[in-house]
Design a protein around this ligand. Structure first.
Ligand code: ADP
Ligand code: MG
Length: 379
């Protein structure tokens, strides 16, 4: 080989090796930047990035309504789902921004958009949804969370299953129901709360969680006329092993109309987790009363009425509710004709036990769920 062609070969080899090294360096830099960015996001969200055991959301066009146990999708997948979602129309507004019907792939989803000043509420609700083992047929299905900082503002999104009948409040205002639907709604509402309240011990355990804002507007009605519980912005969790309670920022929270007598007269023991569960049960009793009031088994069906609608102002104050619920110990009316039907009569006994003035006399959500299951099997 001539000197000339030898030096040409050396040059070609050097160029090839040099280019390969260059590419490798670029790839390494990109990977390092991506990992660092992902870590930063995960840390700032303080979210669990564990890959769930039983759910696989990654296939396009998959069924988002499937259930199982798990803490949620990895953050990167959540971000990509959220960013492929388009908003269609606004379907609700609440305390912390607006809820939209959206589309992801071929499916409808619900997107709760938080104002950036409510980042804490968004983070709290996302944290609750990411709790291991929270997934349940009667808990609103969580899909993804995203905090997208576009430079000018931060978009805080919470993507969940879309429930086409809207909230239980919307459903009851628009529909009278038969006995079967009444039992299904009451059973599913108590099953969702029973699962939330449940503590599962062990490595893949679940803390007990109290909701603190149980009301018909926070239950969503699914296609099959069962309902699921949503809106976990005020929830408190209790780790059984360490007996650690996530201390709420304020004690007088929730919706005044649905507040338990012990919250209204300020006698509640805020250090005891049991007390939060018992307060949830009082509010659930009002929700069961709302459902039962719209049941056609009682003969004449009245228009939908909110609990205490004829006893307090449209937007009652804390003091006004305290006067009615704690001081006078008044409860919504149970009409006489509820005694004429065996099913409704039994449900009304459950309601009365659950809105007892004495928190410890109230039934547990699990007990209510079991009684309702039995009634469904026998009817
Ligand atoms: P907020 O914390 O602001 O009260 P919610 O989560 O309770 O927000 O949602 C407010 C309202 O938006 C609900 O009462 C309901 O009417 C509607 N909504 C919320 N989530 C869904 C959903 N997944 N499907 C259909 N409607 C929903
Ligand atoms: Mg709400």
């Amino acid at each position: 080989m001539s000197n000339n062609s030898q030096s040409q070969s050396v040059m070609i080899i050097s160029v090839v090796i040099g280019s390969l090294c260059g590419c490798l360096v670029v790839v390494i830099i990109v990977v390092v930047l991506l990992v660092a960015r992902f870590r930063r996001r995960s840390a700032s969200l303080n979210l669990n990035v564990e890959i769930p055991v039983t759910i696989n959301y990654s296939a396009p066009g998959m069924d988002l309504t499937m259930t199982g146990s798990g803490a949620g999708l990895p953050m990167l997948e959540q971000t990509s789902i959220a960013r492929q979602t388009t908003l269609i129309e606004q379907i609700g507004c609440g305390r912390y921004g607006n809820v939209w019907k959206g589309r992801w792939m071929e499916q409808y989803v619900a997107v709760k958009v938080f104002a950036s000043k409510d980042e804490q509420s968004w983070a709290r609700e996302v944290e609750i949804y990411q709790t291991a083992m929270l997934r349940h047929t009667n808990i609103l299905g969580f899909i993804a969370a995203d905090n997208n900082d576009n430079g000018a503002w931060t978009q805080l999104w919470l993507v969940t299953d879309y429930c086409e009948f809207g909230s239980l409040f919307d459903f009851l205002t628009q529909n009278a129901i038969d006995g079967k639907t009444m039992l299904k709604l009451v059973e599913s509402a108590s099953a969702g709360l029973a699962h939330l309240h449940l503590a599962v011990q062990g490595l893949q355990g679940k803390p007990a969680i109290a909701h603190r804002d149980i009301k018909s507007r926070n239950y969503l009605v699914k296609k099959d006329c069962s309902c699921c519980l949503g809106d976990f912005g005020l929830a408190v969790s209790h780790d059984v092993l360490s007996n650690r309670l996530t201390i709420p920022q304020t004690t007088k929270v929730g919706t005044i109309r649905y507040m338990a007598p012990e919250i209204l007269d300020e006698s509640m023991n805020y250090g005891s987790f049991e007390a939060y569960k018992q307060a949830d049960i009082y509010s659930l009793a009002l929700v069961i009363w709302e459902i039962t009031s719209r049941c056609s088994l009682t003969g004449d069906i009245e228009d939908y009425r909110q609990p205490y609608e004829d006893m307090v102002e449209a937007d009652p104050s804390f003091e006004e509710m305290a006067q009615v619920v704690s001081k006078k110990q008044v409860r919504p009316l149970i009409p006489d004709n509820w005694q004429q039907d065996k099913l409704i009569c039994r449900v009304s006994q459950i309601i009365e036990e659950c809105w007892s003035n004495s928190p410890s006399a109230r039934l547990s959500a699990l007990r209510i769920k079991k009684s309702l299951k039995q009634m469904m099997n026998n009817s």
